[in-house]
Unconditional design. Structure first.
Length: 152
């Protein structure tokens, strides 16, 4: 990471990461974001806004790569981290993270992956229903369709 050891502010890595993702270099984009997340963890701590930001960047990169299971998992982690840091359940960023996790989960064609994430998503969706009516009910219907045991 250029600039990490210098006193000058590092160059914004977001454009390079996004360019790599849009060019189909998803592994490279994910590796760059993971490196910045590690930097944020070391310098600001696991509950820091910086670390959560990079977790969310990685979640979005997974979505761009078509890895909806990984994206859902990372969005769930981001929502949990925000809640753990004391953000309110109706806070904009918390709701957005749960909504994005739910959206990615809905995109999963793999029933096993959907079932494996169902209980964690259901717990957060019940805690953070969001402003759109019917989100909890839609989740419960799909869980029932999947036959996910213990998801409620």
């Amino acid at each position: 990471m250029a600039g990490c050891g210098s006193s000058a502010a590092p160059e914004d890595p977001h454009p390079a990461i996004l360019a790599a993702a849009h060019e189909g270099r998803h592994s490279e984009a994910a590796a760059m974001a993971a490196a910045w997340e590690q930097h944020a963890l070391r310098h600001h701590g696991p509950d820091s806004a910086e670390a959560v930001h990079w977790l969310e960047v990685r979640a979005d990169l997974a979505r761009l790569a078509g890895d909806f299971g990984r994206s859902c998992e990372l969005w769930l982690s981001a929502a949990s981290a925000r809640l753990g840091a004391g953000e309110p359940e109706d806070g904009r960023d918390v709701v957005a993270a749960v909504d994005r996790a739910h959206h990615c989960w809905e995109q999963l064609g793999d029933g096993d992956t959907a079932r494996s994430l169902a209980s964690r998503l259901a717990a957060l969706r019940h805690r953070v229903p969001g402003p759109r009516p019917g989100a909890v009910e839609a989740l419960e219907r799909r869980i029932e369709t999947l036959g996910a045991v213990g998801a409620n």
